[in-house]
Design a protein around this ligand. Sequence first.
Ligand code: NAX
Length: 328
Amino acid sequence: MSKPKRVAITGAAGQIGYSILPRIAAGEIFGPDQPVVLQCLEIPPAMNALKGVAMELEDCAFPLLEGIVCSDDPHVAFGDADLVLMVGAKPRGKGMERGDLIRENGPIFVGQGQAIQKSASKDVRVVVVGNPCNTNCLIAMHSAPDVPDERFSAMTRLDQNRAQAQLASKAGVATTAVKNTLIWGNHSATQVPDFVHTTIDGKSARDVIGDDAWLKGEFIGSVQKRGAEIIAARGLSSAASAANALIDHVRDLRQATPRGEWRSACVKSDGSYGVDEGLISSFPVQADGKGGWSIVQGLELDGFLKEKLTATVAELAEEKRIVADLLG
Ligand code: NAX
């Protein structure tokens, strides 16, 4: 058996933590031959709940799980971590504006970013899920200047999966028939689910569905508002689907993307598609299977997509402005 991979998870006693920890311990990220150590970070009031989660993990007797660390100290939780999943964040309180949420969460990602730089493995990869994830990722990245920027990403894979499932359902096909669904921009209500470049059974999704009014209206709206719809139905936000998407996201960046395909991930913009350089924005990304990735170039954006992309990029730029003092 090889040396264990150390996976740090912040907010580990929360909903997404509860859903994802057993799946990582079962080998769903690193495969059936790779032992793991789970390094869980929580805030002091949640440490008892975390203890319960750790007891449940022990009770699964996972063959690959070599250890569980529970701590409220980021330096302990991130110690030698190969992968850091930044899930923990303060939730949006009643009457709180998005700007307030950004300001509340920003300092958490400064401290944790610094701790990643100091304590994690030299080859660490970091994924931010806690919202507002794009801007939290930007802050963490700036707070760990010695860690290469391309090691940081944030998650729009849940939105991509939602879009893919909606298109499959509308077309009456299996989700596997739908390829290259794509999310541009911010993981927020301004995100842009792109049906223009999606294919269904190898043909243009737009042609197969043949209903532009539905695609531009109900489809985009339903992906943007799916999170709110789940809260209304379940009384709690998406957790199993978010954990599932996070596993997809980590695999997307680790494994080579099949030729001609891409996956949605929020990464640092190099100015592609007119997205301001340096913003963390969702793009079509291809991974090389050796730890590297690149933004897919050359996709044509029509007037509709361009207008929507401009709006979501403006929101990201505004979020960056709100946290400018935290960007070092
Ligand atoms: P929960 O409220 O169930 O869990 C969050 C956990 O984070 C809590 O246990 C809390 O104690 C902990 N926490 C708070 N501050 C912390 C800190 N400074 N250090 C360590 N832990 C801390 O939320 P959950 O449903 O698990 O969602 C977690 C985050 O994911 C939220 O910010 C949520 O908005 C975000 N989401 C992002 C998604 C995405 O696609 N990017 C989708 C799902 C999810 O909504």
